[in-house]
Design a protein around this ligand. Structure first.
Ligand code: 3PG
Length: 306
Protein backbone atom coordinates (compact mmCIF):
# COMPACT_ATOMS: atom_id res chain seq x y z
CA UNK A 1 0.00 0.00 0.00
CA UNK A 2 1.25 3.48 -0.86
CA UNK A 3 0.45 6.59 1.17
CA UNK A 4 1.04 10.02 -0.35
CA UNK A 5 1.58 13.19 1.67
CA UNK A 6 0.68 16.02 -0.71
CA UNK A 7 1.28 19.37 0.93
CA UNK A 8 1.70 22.60 -0.97
CA UNK A 9 2.50 24.14 2.42
CA UNK A 10 4.82 21.51 3.94
CA UNK A 11 4.62 20.10 7.44
CA UNK A 12 7.60 20.64 9.75
CA UNK A 13 10.28 17.98 9.17
CA UNK A 14 9.64 16.39 12.58
CA UNK A 15 6.02 15.79 11.54
CA UNK A 16 7.02 14.24 8.20
CA UNK A 17 9.41 11.92 10.06
CA UNK A 18 6.60 10.92 12.43
CA UNK A 19 4.22 10.22 9.56
CA UNK A 20 6.89 8.15 7.80
CA UNK A 21 7.42 6.08 10.93
CA UNK A 22 3.70 5.33 11.36
CA UNK A 23 3.29 4.45 7.67
CA UNK A 24 6.41 2.26 7.47
CA UNK A 25 5.73 0.51 10.78
CA UNK A 26 2.43 -0.58 9.24
CA UNK A 27 4.37 -2.06 6.31
CA UNK A 28 3.25 0.65 3.87
CA UNK A 29 5.28 2.91 1.60
CA UNK A 30 5.39 6.72 1.95
CA UNK A 31 5.57 9.15 -0.97
CA UNK A 32 6.06 12.88 -0.48
CA UNK A 33 4.98 15.76 -2.72
CA UNK A 34 5.72 19.13 -1.18
CA UNK A 35 5.57 22.73 -2.48
CA UNK A 36 4.24 21.66 -5.86
CA UNK A 37 3.76 24.48 -8.31
CA UNK A 38 1.33 22.90 -10.74
CA UNK A 39 -1.76 20.72 -10.38
CA UNK A 40 -0.28 18.34 -12.97
CA UNK A 41 2.34 17.31 -10.37
CA UNK A 42 -0.42 16.37 -7.96
CA UNK A 43 -2.32 14.45 -10.65
CA UNK A 44 0.85 12.50 -11.44
CA UNK A 45 1.67 11.84 -7.78
CA UNK A 46 -1.78 10.41 -6.95
CA UNK A 47 -1.85 8.00 -9.91
CA UNK A 48 -0.84 4.87 -7.97
CA UNK A 49 -1.54 5.72 -4.32
CA UNK A 50 -3.97 3.95 -1.98
CA UNK A 51 -4.23 6.77 0.53
CA UNK A 52 -3.39 10.44 0.75
CA UNK A 53 -2.83 13.05 3.42
CA UNK A 54 -3.46 16.67 2.48
CA UNK A 55 -3.74 20.06 4.18
CA UNK A 56 -5.53 22.89 2.34
CA UNK A 57 -4.54 21.17 -0.92
CA UNK A 58 -7.48 20.78 -3.28
CA UNK A 59 -8.75 17.23 -3.69
CA UNK A 60 -10.88 18.00 -6.74
CA UNK A 61 -12.88 15.51 -8.81
CA UNK A 62 -10.00 15.51 -11.30
CA UNK A 63 -7.51 14.59 -8.57
CA UNK A 64 -9.79 11.89 -7.15
CA UNK A 65 -10.50 10.46 -10.62
CA UNK A 66 -6.78 10.38 -11.38
CA UNK A 67 -6.11 8.29 -8.27
CA UNK A 68 -7.24 4.91 -9.55
CA UNK A 69 -6.30 2.98 -6.38
CA UNK A 70 -7.39 5.62 -3.88
CA UNK A 71 -9.35 4.34 -0.88
CA UNK A 72 -8.97 7.15 1.66
CA UNK A 73 -8.13 10.88 1.81
CA UNK A 74 -7.35 12.43 5.17
CA UNK A 75 -7.34 16.19 5.54
CA UNK A 76 -4.75 16.75 8.29
CA UNK A 77 -6.75 19.53 9.91
CA UNK A 78 -10.27 20.64 10.64
CA UNK A 79 -11.92 22.16 7.55
CA UNK A 80 -12.58 19.82 4.64
CA UNK A 81 -14.10 22.32 2.21
CA UNK A 82 -11.10 21.56 -0.05
CA UNK A 83 -12.27 17.99 -0.71
CA UNK A 84 -14.89 17.31 -3.37
CA UNK A 85 -16.91 15.05 -1.10
CA UNK A 86 -19.42 14.07 -3.80
CA UNK A 87 -16.57 12.96 -6.06
CA UNK A 88 -15.00 10.98 -3.21
CA UNK A 89 -18.29 9.32 -2.28
CA UNK A 90 -19.00 8.58 -5.94
CA UNK A 91 -15.74 6.66 -6.20
CA UNK A 92 -16.18 4.90 -2.84
CA UNK A 93 -13.31 6.89 -1.32
CA UNK A 94 -13.52 7.58 2.42
CA UNK A 95 -12.78 11.20 3.39
CA UNK A 96 -11.73 12.12 6.93
CA UNK A 97 -10.43 15.10 8.89
CA UNK A 98 -8.45 15.15 12.14
CA UNK A 99 -10.64 17.30 14.39
CA UNK A 100 -8.99 19.12 17.28
CA UNK A 101 -5.41 18.23 16.36
CA UNK A 102 -4.34 21.71 15.24
CA UNK A 103 -6.87 23.74 17.25
CA UNK A 104 -4.53 25.17 19.86
CA UNK A 105 -2.22 26.59 17.21
CA UNK A 106 -5.12 28.35 15.48
CA UNK A 107 -6.53 29.63 18.78
CA UNK A 108 -3.17 31.07 19.82
CA UNK A 109 -2.88 32.87 16.48
CA UNK A 110 -6.38 34.33 16.86
CA UNK A 111 -5.38 35.92 20.16
CA UNK A 112 -2.05 37.03 18.69
CA UNK A 113 -3.91 38.78 15.90
CA UNK A 114 -6.23 40.45 18.42
CA UNK A 115 -3.25 41.86 20.31
CA UNK A 116 -1.71 42.99 17.02
CA UNK A 117 -4.91 44.82 16.06
CA UNK A 118 -5.36 46.32 19.53
CA UNK A 119 -1.81 47.71 19.37
CA UNK A 120 -2.38 49.38 16.00
CA UNK A 121 -0.41 46.73 14.07
CA UNK A 122 2.63 47.66 16.19
CA UNK A 123 2.77 51.18 14.71
CA UNK A 124 4.43 52.71 17.74
CA UNK A 125 1.38 54.74 18.75
CA UNK A 126 -0.75 54.29 21.85
CA UNK A 127 -3.10 51.33 21.40
CA UNK A 128 -5.51 49.50 23.68
CA UNK A 129 -5.64 46.37 25.83
CA UNK A 130 -7.79 43.27 25.50
CA UNK A 131 -8.52 43.22 29.24
CA UNK A 132 -12.14 44.09 29.96
CA UNK A 133 -13.17 44.01 26.30
CA UNK A 134 -15.94 41.76 25.01
CA UNK A 135 -15.05 38.88 22.70
CA UNK A 136 -17.68 37.10 20.63
CA UNK A 137 -16.74 33.62 19.52
CA UNK A 138 -18.65 32.81 16.34
CA UNK A 139 -18.91 29.01 16.46
CA UNK A 140 -17.88 27.16 19.57
CA UNK A 141 -16.06 24.13 18.18
CA UNK A 142 -12.57 22.91 19.04
CA UNK A 143 -10.88 26.19 18.09
CA UNK A 144 -13.60 28.51 19.42
CA UNK A 145 -13.52 26.82 22.81
CA UNK A 146 -9.73 27.23 23.10
CA UNK A 147 -9.94 30.86 22.00
CA UNK A 148 -12.27 31.36 24.99
CA UNK A 149 -9.85 29.64 27.36
CA UNK A 150 -6.90 31.78 26.26
CA UNK A 151 -8.94 35.02 26.07
CA UNK A 152 -9.99 34.51 29.68
CA UNK A 153 -6.33 34.74 30.63
CA UNK A 154 -6.29 38.19 29.02
CA UNK A 155 -9.24 39.21 31.20
CA UNK A 156 -11.72 39.49 28.31
CA UNK A 157 -15.47 39.02 28.72
CA UNK A 158 -16.37 36.03 26.56
CA UNK A 159 -19.57 35.26 24.68
CA UNK A 160 -20.40 32.76 21.96
CA UNK A 161 -23.00 31.81 19.41
CA UNK A 162 -23.23 28.28 18.06
CA UNK A 163 -26.56 26.67 17.14
CA UNK A 164 -24.89 23.23 17.09
CA UNK A 165 -23.57 23.32 20.66
CA UNK A 166 -25.93 23.28 23.65
CA UNK A 167 -26.18 26.42 25.76
CA UNK A 168 -25.39 24.29 28.84
CA UNK A 169 -22.09 23.10 27.38
CA UNK A 170 -21.00 26.66 26.52
CA UNK A 171 -22.14 28.10 29.84
CA UNK A 172 -20.27 25.35 31.69
CA UNK A 173 -17.08 27.02 30.40
CA UNK A 174 -18.15 30.33 31.91
CA UNK A 175 -19.01 31.75 28.49
CA UNK A 176 -22.14 33.83 27.88
CA UNK A 177 -24.47 32.40 25.23
CA UNK A 178 -26.25 34.50 22.63
CA UNK A 179 -29.08 32.92 20.70
CA UNK A 180 -28.51 34.77 17.44
CA UNK A 181 -25.57 36.09 15.42
CA UNK A 182 -27.17 39.54 15.49
CA UNK A 183 -27.05 39.59 19.29
CA UNK A 184 -23.46 38.33 19.36
CA UNK A 185 -22.21 40.96 16.93
CA UNK A 186 -24.24 43.75 18.59
CA UNK A 187 -22.62 43.10 21.94
CA UNK A 188 -18.98 42.33 21.14
CA UNK A 189 -16.03 44.61 20.39
CA UNK A 190 -14.05 41.67 19.03
CA UNK A 191 -15.48 38.84 16.95
CA UNK A 192 -13.40 35.74 16.28
CA UNK A 193 -14.68 33.64 13.38
CA UNK A 194 -14.60 29.85 13.64
CA UNK A 195 -17.31 28.78 11.22
CA UNK A 196 -16.58 26.35 8.38
CA UNK A 197 -17.01 27.37 4.73
CA UNK A 198 -20.07 25.71 3.27
CA UNK A 199 -23.12 26.66 1.19
CA UNK A 200 -24.85 28.13 4.26
CA UNK A 201 -21.92 30.14 5.62
CA UNK A 202 -20.27 31.50 2.46
CA UNK A 203 -20.73 35.30 2.25
CA UNK A 204 -22.74 35.17 5.49
CA UNK A 205 -20.66 37.85 7.25
CA UNK A 206 -22.31 40.87 5.69
CA UNK A 207 -22.30 44.66 6.03
CA UNK A 208 -25.55 44.48 7.95
CA UNK A 209 -24.13 42.05 10.50
CA UNK A 210 -20.73 43.71 10.94
CA UNK A 211 -22.33 47.13 11.22
CA UNK A 212 -24.05 45.94 14.40
CA UNK A 213 -20.67 45.75 16.15
CA UNK A 214 -19.87 48.54 18.63
CA UNK A 215 -17.59 51.45 17.72
CA UNK A 216 -13.92 50.52 17.52
CA UNK A 217 -14.71 46.91 16.63
CA UNK A 218 -12.30 44.30 15.25
CA UNK A 219 -13.11 41.22 13.19
CA UNK A 220 -10.59 38.40 13.46
CA UNK A 221 -10.73 35.70 10.81
CA UNK A 222 -8.74 32.50 11.28
CA UNK A 223 -11.50 30.46 9.61
CA UNK A 224 -12.05 30.86 5.85
CA UNK A 225 -11.98 33.90 3.57
CA UNK A 226 -15.15 32.77 1.76
CA UNK A 227 -17.40 33.38 4.78
CA UNK A 228 -16.88 37.16 4.65
CA UNK A 229 -18.67 39.03 1.86
CA UNK A 230 -15.76 41.03 0.49
CA UNK A 231 -17.70 43.86 -1.19
CA UNK A 232 -19.61 44.38 2.07
CA UNK A 233 -16.37 44.55 4.03
CA UNK A 234 -15.11 47.32 1.73
CA UNK A 235 -18.39 49.22 2.19
CA UNK A 236 -18.24 48.81 5.96
CA UNK A 237 -14.62 49.86 6.31
CA UNK A 238 -15.25 52.86 4.08
CA UNK A 239 -18.17 53.98 6.26
CA UNK A 240 -16.62 52.97 9.57
CA UNK A 241 -13.16 54.45 9.71
CA UNK A 242 -12.47 52.86 13.12
CA UNK A 243 -13.26 49.26 12.08
CA UNK A 244 -10.37 46.77 11.88
CA UNK A 245 -10.07 43.46 10.03
CA UNK A 246 -7.26 41.01 10.68
CA UNK A 247 -7.25 37.72 8.86
CA UNK A 248 -5.10 34.62 8.54
CA UNK A 249 -6.49 34.14 5.05
CA UNK A 250 -5.98 36.98 2.60
CA UNK A 251 -9.21 37.74 0.74
CA UNK A 252 -9.31 37.94 -3.05
CA UNK A 253 -9.49 41.74 -2.79
CA UNK A 254 -6.55 41.93 -0.35
CA UNK A 255 -4.71 44.58 -2.39
CA UNK A 256 -7.78 46.84 -2.49
CA UNK A 257 -8.27 46.53 1.28
CA UNK A 258 -4.59 47.08 2.07
CA UNK A 259 -4.39 50.18 -0.07
CA UNK A 260 -7.69 51.71 1.04
CA UNK A 261 -7.51 50.86 4.74
CA UNK A 262 -3.78 50.76 5.54
CA UNK A 263 -3.17 50.40 9.26
CA UNK A 264 -6.59 48.84 9.86
CA UNK A 265 -6.22 45.57 7.94
CA UNK A 266 -3.65 42.82 8.17
CA UNK A 267 -3.27 39.49 6.41
CA UNK A 268 -0.66 36.82 7.11
CA UNK A 269 1.48 36.01 4.07
CA UNK A 270 0.31 32.36 4.07
CA UNK A 271 -2.36 30.73 6.19
CA UNK A 272 -0.33 30.43 9.41
CA UNK A 273 -2.91 29.29 11.98
CA UNK A 274 -2.00 25.61 11.97
CA UNK A 275 1.60 26.18 11.00
CA UNK A 276 3.40 25.12 14.19
CA UNK A 277 5.58 22.07 14.76
CA UNK A 278 3.17 20.88 17.42
CA UNK A 279 0.08 21.17 15.22
CA UNK A 280 1.91 19.60 12.27
CA UNK A 281 2.96 16.65 14.42
CA UNK A 282 -0.48 16.22 15.99
CA UNK A 283 -2.49 16.51 12.76
CA UNK A 284 0.02 14.73 10.50
CA UNK A 285 0.52 11.73 12.76
CA UNK A 286 -3.21 11.48 13.54
CA UNK A 287 -3.87 11.43 9.78
CA UNK A 288 -1.30 8.66 9.26
CA UNK A 289 -2.73 6.63 12.15
CA UNK A 290 -6.28 7.03 10.83
CA UNK A 291 -5.12 5.75 7.43
CA UNK A 292 -3.40 2.72 8.95
CA UNK A 293 -6.46 1.88 11.10
CA UNK A 294 -8.75 2.21 8.10
CA UNK A 295 -6.61 0.19 5.67
CA UNK A 296 -5.89 -2.55 8.23
CA UNK A 297 -9.18 -2.72 10.18
CA UNK A 298 -11.73 -0.71 8.21
CA UNK A 299 -11.98 1.85 11.04
CA UNK A 300 -14.00 4.79 9.71
CA UNK A 301 -13.91 7.05 12.79
CA UNK A 302 -13.73 10.69 11.63
CA UNK A 303 -15.24 9.94 8.21
CA UNK A 304 -16.90 13.11 6.90
CA UNK A 305 -18.58 11.80 3.72
CA UNK A 306 -21.11 9.44 5.31
C1 3PG B 1 -7.76 23.68 9.18
O1 3PG B 1 -8.86 23.67 8.60
O2 3PG B 1 -7.35 22.73 9.85
C2 3PG B 1 -6.90 24.93 9.12
O3 3PG B 1 -7.46 25.88 8.29
C3 3PG B 1 -5.46 24.67 8.79
O4 3PG B 1 -5.16 24.60 7.43
P1 3PG B 1 -3.71 24.22 6.90
O5 3PG B 1 -3.43 22.80 7.26
O6 3PG B 1 -3.76 24.42 5.42
O7 3PG B 1 -2.70 25.13 7.54
Amino acid sequence: MKVLVATDKPFAKVAVNGIKEVVENAGFELALLEKYTDNSQLLEAVADVDAMIIRSDKATKEVIDSAKNLKIIVRAGAGYDNIDLAAATGKGVVAMNTPGQNSNAVAELALGMMVYAARGLFNGKSGSELKGKTLGIHAYGNVGKLVGVIAKGFGMKIAAFDPFVSAEAIEADGVKVYNSVDELYSNCEYISLHIPANDKTKNSITFELLNKMPKGATLVNTARKEVVKESDLVKLMTERTEFKYVSDIAPDNAEELLSKFAGRVYFTPKKMGAQTEEANVNAGIAAAQQIVKFLKNGDKTFQVNK
